[in-house]
Design a protein around this ligand. Structure first.
Ligand code: 9UX
Length: 69
């Protein structure tokens, strides 16, 4: 997809964490699609939101996200 970015996530234990992280990422203005993979501890995010905005939203929810360059 256009402008897809991948993040490595930390702090997720269960499927409810996945829902929380997805909700946090989807709340960021400019995010058009976000999906979290619990097994791989990754998030794929589409849209115009900056990596910093996404990382901050995840951190504010109690988890960690780092852009995979
Ligand atoms: Mo599951 Mo995640 O009981 O913060 S919601 S570990």
């Amino acid at each position: 997809t256009a402008n897809a970015r991948q993040f490595m996530l930390s702090g997720m234990t269960c499927a409810s964490c996945v829902a929380s992280v997805e909700k946090a990422i989807r709340s960021v203005p400019g995010v058009s699609h976000a999906s979290v993979n619990l097994a791989e501890r990754t998030a794929m995010v589409d849209g115009t939101a900056t990596p910093d905005m996404i990382a901050k939203a995840v951190a504010d929810s109690g988890y960690g996200a780092e852009l995979v360059e």
